[in-house]
Design a protein around this ligand. Structure first.
Ligand code: PLP
Length: 417
C-alpha cells in the first residue's frame, strides 16, 4: 500500500478534498465593536476596551502588568526601550524569524547579533548565545518559533551571569509552555502579536507582559508605547527626557481582542493536538525529522516544520515538497528563504539609507556560515500549515501523504543502492 505510485508520477493523489475552514470573527466581535463606538471615544486611556483586553490577558497568563501596542513589532520595540537597550548596545537573537524581531533593535540604534539554533526545536542554542557575548551585549530576544518554546533555563542562567535582559518573542507562541510555565512569563518581558496571521487577530496589535511585577517597570513600559507620556498618575506628565514612539492600540482593536481571547484556548488546543498527532504519525519514517517539542514542553504550532534528510531519501527537499504538493498536501519548501542576516541591509550594513549607523559602532559581521545549523534548517525544512479549522481527515491525509512520499523515495533509494 505504502509504495503506491506517486501522484507526481501520474498516481492517484492522497488528498482530493479541500482543507477545513471557518469564521474567525462572529457576533461577539460585532457586539464588542459596537460597545467601543458607543463609548464616544476610541482612545485607549479613556475607554474600557483595551483595559479589559489587557486585564483578561493578564488573568490568562497569571501576570500582574501588561501594556498594549500597535503591533508585535511595536511590542518588541517597547520591551527593548523599557529594558534600557540603547545606542551601540548589542542584542542577541535568532536568524530564523520575522523582521519584526529586528526592527526595534535597529530603531534603538542597537546592533542585532545572531546566535545559532537547535537543529530540531529551532530555538536558540544556549552555547551559541554565550559565544556571541561581548562587553556591548545588553539583551537576548528569545524567539519561540512556531509555537515551540526555547530552552529557557540555560538562557536565563546566561542572562543572570552576564547581567542581560531577556525578552521573549511570543508572536507565534500563544499558550505554549516551557516545563509547565507559559512562554512570555519567563523572561523580563513577553511580547505578543495580534496581526491577522497569528493565533488571534485584532487586524494589527501587540501586547507586552512586564514580568518583574514592579510598578516602576510597568510605568516605564507603558510610557514607552505612548511617546513617553506618563499617564498613570493623576495628571499627564510630558516632561520628556528621552525618545519613545507612539505605538498605542485603539479601542477598536481592544474590543476585537476581548472577543478573540475567549477563543484562544480552543485554538491552541486544536493546534497542539494537530501538531503532536502529526509527529506521532511520521516519527518512524526514514529520512524525516519531525518538529521536535522537548519532553515536558507544550507546543501550539503556528506552523509545523519538519526536515528532510536528502541523502537518506535520495531526493532533494524541493522534490519532496513538490511530490507532497502533487499528493494534495499543502506545504512550503522552508519558512523564510534565507537566514535574516543574508538580507542586503545586514550584508551592506544599511539600516538607514545612506548611513552605516549603528553597525559602525560595533565590529559585528554577518558572513554566510555564521549560523550553520540555522542555514541547514532552512535548506532542508518543509513547512506544513496548521489551522484550528482543519479536520481529522485533513490530518490523516497529511500523515498518509508524507508517509507515501517518504517511503517511496527511501525504498527507491535502497533498490538503487
Ligand atoms: C509576526 C511576528 C512578529 C511581528 O509582529 P507584527 O504584529 O507583524 O508586527 C515578530 N516576531 C515574530 C516571530 C513574528 O512571527
Amino acid at each position: 500500500m505504502e509504495h503506491e505510485k506517486l501522484a507526481i508520477h501520474g498516481g492517484k493523489p492522497i488528498k482530493t478534498t479541500p482543507y477545513g475552514t471557518g469564521k474567525r470573527f462572529g457576533e461577539d466581535e460585532v457586539k464588542q465593536l459596537i460597545e467601543a463606538l458607543e463609548q464616544n471615544t476610541l482612545f485607549y486611556h479613556q475607554g474600557t476596551k483595551v483595559k479589559t483586553f489587557l486585564r483578561e490577558f493578564n488573568e490568562l497568563y497569571g501576570a500582574k502588568f501588561s501594556v498594549a501596542a500597535s503591533s508585535g513589532t511595536a511590542a518588541i520595540h517597547v520591551a527593548l526601550g523599557a529594558a534600557g537597550v540603547t545606542v551601540g548596545d548589542e542584542v542577541i537573537t535568532g536568524p530564523i524569524t520575522d523582521q519584526g524581531t529586528l526592527i526595534g533593535i535597529l530603531y534603538q540604534n542597537a546592533i542585532p547579533v545572531f546566535a545559532d539554533l537547535d537543529p530540531h526545536t529551532y530555538g536558540l542554542d544556549p552555547a551559541s548565545i554565550e559565544s556571541r557575548i561581548t562587553p556591548r551585549t545588553k539583551a537576548i530576544v528569545a524567539v519561540h518559533l512556531a509555537g515551540n518554546p526555547c530552552d529557557m533555563d540555560p538562557i536565563l542562567d546566561i542572562a543572570r551571569r552576564y547581567g542581560l535582559k531577556v525578552i521573549e518573542d511570543c508572536a507565534q507562541s500563544y499558550l505554549c509552555r516551557y516545563k509547565g510555565r507559559l512562554a512570555g512569563t519567563i523572561g523580563d518581558y513577553g511580547c505578543f502579536s495580534t496581526n491577522d496571521f497569528k493565533h488571534i487577530s485584532t487586524g494589527d496589535g501587540g501586547i507586552v507582559l512586564v514580568n518583574s511585577g514592579e510598578e516602576a517597570d510597568y510605568h516605564r513600559t507603558h510610557a514607552f508605547a505612548d511617546k513617553n507620556y506618563e499617564r498613570l498618575g493623576s495628571t499627564v506628565v510630558r516632561d520628556l527626557s528621552y525618545l519613545a514612539p507612539n505605538y498605542r492600540m485603539t479601542e477598536l482593536q481592544g474590543a476585537v481582542g476581548i472577543a478573540q481571547l475567549k477563543k484562544l484556548a480552543w485554538i491552541c488546543d486544536k493546534r497542539n493536538a494537530y501538531g503532536d498527532r502529526l509527529t506521532a504519525g511520521i516519527a518512524d519514517l526514514p529520512g524525516i525529522a519531525p518538529h521536535r517539542v522537548q519532553e515536558g514542553n507544550h507546543g501550539t504550532y503556528w506552523f509545523y516544520m519538519m526536515r528532510v534528510d536528502e541523502s537518506t531519501l535520495g531526493c532533494t527537499r524541493d522534490e519532496f515538497s513538490q511530490a507532497l504538493r502533487a499528493e494534495g498536501i499543502a506545504n512550503g519548501a522552508g519558512y523564510i528563504k534565507q537566514v535574516v542576516y543574508m538580507q542586503p541591509m545586514f550584508q551592506n550594513k544599511t539600516a538607514y539609507l545612506g548611513s552605516r549607523f549603528p553597525f559602525e559602532l560595533s565590529g559585528v559581521e554577518y558572513p554566510q556560515g555564521l549560523c550553520p545549523e540555522a542555514e541547514a534548517i532552512l535548506r532542508t525544512a518543509i513547512v506544513i500549515p496548521v489551522n484550528e479549522f482543519y479536520s481529522d481527515s485533513d490530518l490523516e491525509e497529511t500523515i498518509r501523504g508524507i508517509r507515501k512520499v517518504a517511503l517511496h523515495y527511501s525504498a527507491e533509494r535502497n533498490t538503487v543502492a
